[in-house]
Design a protein around this ligand. Structure first.
Ligand code: ZN
Ligand code: ZN
Length: 659
């Protein structure tokens, strides 16, 4: 039988929407994209065949589920393929400009790509521009990017003699030693060892920005050759690059560390310890308002506050399983000898949960007592790597708005719904209206990673899904994203710049009640296990406020603004009237500052604007005579004149409505 007879004459191609079409066998991803539309064919970067991304030019000879991958592919795949291809184009550009350069690894990263290179030449900022120009020239040459498959031995020979690239030879001899066949991607005179997939033509790269040069070691090993790492980012259009650069500028302006210092919200100092923020008076106001808001809301919803210490006996965390399993992310234990020389060990509290479980078990509970909802703004400490620290967003000491709800199994779905409702309410109040919700489930293939039995997990996940469905929320599923003690509902918010942040969480736990031997007496007079819900709408106060600063660019809503009103007299003869207005607002509980400096009114207004104070009350001769005030809104300008009573009413309403 000849080989041709085995190959089907037609193949059935199924698209992501479930629709199928028949195509001649040997059809390529490019042909399929073309058959759908010219725009898709132009934007197509690669194709996923039965879940595996491959080059567009690969012939398809069997029935398959396919998805055309573009730069905007909902996952990160399109961008990864594009950016990795850009790293090959950068390598080609460097090779043409600096012959003899040797190439290490050149992967795509979260925002762009890099290539580690070895060269006699010390690369500088000005080289980056030259390389960018050369990359665009290579794009204009419209070189086809071709895949070649060959034996590992032939590839070693090729990279030894033709390419003279020892790093690729090392990878072939070491990392790929058990691989029989490997692939090389060619474009013009350049070639790279690579598994792909790649763009089909260099012309798909339309815009590039090389961003940084840093030092690295071959294979990340400090005993090996040091290399130069060049970072960049590339796009399929000039417009997308411009948008990206504008976005970076805006993100820099909104950086919470920069705004935190400018607006005097918090500080970080090596002297007090890395990752241990200090709240300045103005930042403390924002935090206190948020805590008061949640405390009030929780009171209405039947939560009871508790307090627990900042350190705890190590035995407590051994019982919960947080020690030693999570010891990497914790500060080392404090070892203490008492008067009798007995040694005891304590941990800086990494979690509030075990303390709350002890409070639950402080007395006998009846089925009629449940649910019990313990709540605390509990400060915890984690040893984040210093490179991971990021102002308030990633700190080593932070305060969780932590609650543990102890309920009967028959109450669980209701309680999850209540926790979801509270979390949604909190986000809506704070102006985060673009929220993605993820049901984080366990990975049944890795059951040993989790506490509890398969049955317990099935029940917990069924309950979580039921609650999510009842609340009518749209969610995505994250397999393997559960915590070790149970499934979670994670709230991921998108900020004003479109960046995603995981904030609130609701977690179900059947494991800790066992470990802590928690019980309640049921209506049958017998002891039963409660179920625990761990939940924190803000997540961490530090992280939440860090994200809120970037989301609002420091323009807090009136109820959160550290200074709500600045009273600005124009001349000295109205100072007495200004003092009266100031005092009236203070008496109403409105945070007000009075600017009695002998500066020009223009300067006073400018400074209040820079300080992002929501309202300015401007007092001149006319206002003093009429007994009114002139109101100005930050970023919006003049709001006209009104009586002090009208001002009070307006501000009080806006504060109360949290609008
Ligand atoms: Zn590659
Ligand atoms: Zn907990």
């Amino acid at each position: 039988m000849s080989e041709n007879i085995d190959v089907q004459a037609a193949v059935t191609i199924t698209f992501p929407d479930g629709k199928s079409r028949s195509f001649p066998s040997g059809i390529t991803g490019y042909d399929i994209a073309q058959s759908i539309g010219r725009k898709l064919a132009k934007d197509a970067l690669a194709i996923s065949i039965d879940g595996k991304p491959v080059d567009l030019g690969i012939p398809i000879t069997g029935d398959a589920e396919v998805e055309i991958i573009t730069f905007d592919h909902p996952g990160t795949l399109g961008k990864e393929i594009f950016w990795h291809s850009a790293s090959h184009i950068m390598a080609q550009a460097i090779e043409e400009l600096f012959p003899g350069t040797k190439f290490g690894a050149g992967p795509a990263v979260e925002q762009g790509f890099y290539y580690d290179i070895s060269s006699e030449h010390r690369f500088t900022e000005s080289d980056l521009e030259t390389i960018e120009k050369k990359m665009l020239e290579i794009s204009k040459r419209a070189l086809e990017i071709q895949r070649e498959e060959l034996s590992r031995e032939d590839a070693i020979a090729y990279f030894t003699s033709t390419r003279n690239d020892p790093y690729k030879v090392e990878i072939l001899e070491d990392t790929l030693k058990d691989t029989a066949r490997v692939s090389i991607y060619h474009q013009g005179d350049f070639a790279d060892l690579c598994s792909g997939p790649h763009l089909s033509n260099t012309s798909q790269l339309k815009a590039v920005k090389l961003t940084n040069i840093s030092a690295s070691f071959w294979r990340g090993d400090s005993s090996r050759e040091s290399m130069q790492r060049i970072y960049g980012i590339a796009f399929p259009s000039e417009k997308l690059l411009k948008q990206h650069l504008a976005h970076i500028e805006e993100a820099k302006k909104r950086d919470h560390r920069k705004l935190g210092a400018e607006l005097e919200l918090f500080m970080l100092s090596q002297e007090t310890g890395s990752g241990l923020p200090l709240w300045l008076p103005k930042g403390a106001i924002v935090r206190n308002e948020l805590e008061a808001f949640l405390r009030e809301e929780q009171k209405k919803r039947g939560y009871v506050p508790v307090y627990t210490p900042h350190i705890g006996h190590i035995g407590l965390y051994e019982r919960s399983g947080h020690y030693p399993y999570y010891s990497d992310s914790q500060f080392p234990p404090l070892t203490y000898r008492d008067d009798l020389g007995r040694e005891e060990q304590y941990l800086l509290k990494p979690m509030n949960c075990p303390h709350h479980h002890m409070i639950y078990s402080s007395k006998l509970r009846s089925y009629r007592d449940l649910p019990i909802r313990l709540t605390e703004f509990g400060t915890v400490y984690r040893h984040e790597q210093s490179g991971e620290l990021n102002g308030l967003i990633r700190a080593r000491g932070f305060t969780q708005d932590d609650s543990h709800i102890y309920c009967r199994p028959d109450q669980l779905v209701d309680e999850i719904c209540n926790a979801i409702d509270l979390t949604k309410f909190v986000f809506a109040t704070l102006g985060f209206d673009d929220i993605e919700i993820r049901l984080s489930l366990h990975d049944p293939e890795n059951q040993e990673k989790y506490g509890g039995t398969e049955e317990v997990w099935q029940q917990a996940e069924k309950d979580v899904r039921e609650a999510a469905d009842r609340m009518g929320i749209n969610y995505i599923i994250g397999i393997g994203e559960a915590s070790f003690y149970g499934p979670k509902i994670d709230f991921i918010v998108r900020d004003a710049l479109g960046r995603k942040w995981q904030l609130g969480t609701v977690q179900v736990d059947y494991v800790m009640p066992e470990r802590f031997d928690l019980s309640y007496i049921g209506s049958d007079g017998q002891p039963h296990r409660p179920v625990i819900i761990h939940r924190a709408p803000f997540g961490s106060m530090e992280r939440f406020i860090g994200v809120l600063i970037e989301h609002t660019a420091g323009n807090f809503p009136l109820w959160l603004a550290p200074v709500q009103v600045a009273v600005l007299p124009i001349t000295e003869d109205v100072h007495d009237y200004a003092r009266t207005i100031h005092q009236t607002l203070i008496d109403k509980g409105i945070r007000t500052e009075l600017d009695l400096r002998s500066e020009k009114i223009g300067k006073k207004i400018r400074e209040a604007e820079v300080g992002k104070i929501p309202y300015m009350v401007i007092i001149g001769q006319k206002e003093a005579e009429s007994g009114e005030i002139s109101l100005r809104r930050h970023r919006k300008g003049d709001q006209g004149n009104m009586t002090i009573q009208a001002l009070n009413d307006k501000l009080s309403k806006e504060i109360k409505d949290k609008s």
